[in-house]
Design a protein around this ligand. Sequence first.
Ligand code: SF4
Length: 256
Amino acid sequence: MLFETIVGPIHSRRLGSSLGVNLLPLQRKVCTYDCIYCECGWNKETERNEIKLPTLDEVTTLLEERLKELVAKGVPVDSFTFAGNGEPTLHPQFPQVAQMVRTMRDKYYPNAVVTLLTNATQLSRPEIFDAVLKLDNPVLKLDAGTAAMRAAINKPNKPENTFEQLVDNLVRFGNRCIVQTLLLRGENDGHAISNVSDEEFAEYVEILKKIRPKYVMLYAIDRATPEKKLEKLTVGELESYAQIIRNEGIEVKVYG
Ligand code: SF4
């Protein structure tokens, strides 16, 4: 499923009434990961389509038009949310767009937050790190406690985005970030896969103890996934893993 440039607002289990801002092409996914659970499908399914990114001016115009409509109709917005067909921070004008969205939020919905859902692979770029730091809700992805499990679940496609560098960047964010983690088990390419085995989960918790984020979002698969052999964990299971993290003094919110 691919998204338009401005989406919603839709009801989000994590963010309430969420107005989506998609900085990526409408016909194609662009991401440094190819997660086995990605709701946009595999990268190869759309890679023949052209990469045509909306410009800052285009996003500004579309967003402001939508906001005027929403205000006129009295529709609530709790979060302006960067998400969509891939990784938002890959947009070459991401820092400028982020600033523009904060300005629009102040003008039209001053009580809303600006949220970024990101795979965190671009945080080594100082301009991206600084732009993300200025957002209310930087939600940074960490799905594994080891490089091997990250490779299996997220399938990073740039060798320079190492697991060590990812963890270093998350630790630099510390309690200024929210960590998002999708818990799953199943099979991919004929191999069993699980980020909740005792060993894997223990490694993951060790990393959280270094990051000490504002809180952790634990969630399960919610929509159709490109890899079909994945299991949706129950809320009870998510809660039991959450408790292991809470025992370390780290807050967790569970979304089943
Ligand atoms: S990081 Fe997000 S957009 Fe990229 S492949 Fe994973 S789920 Fe899809």
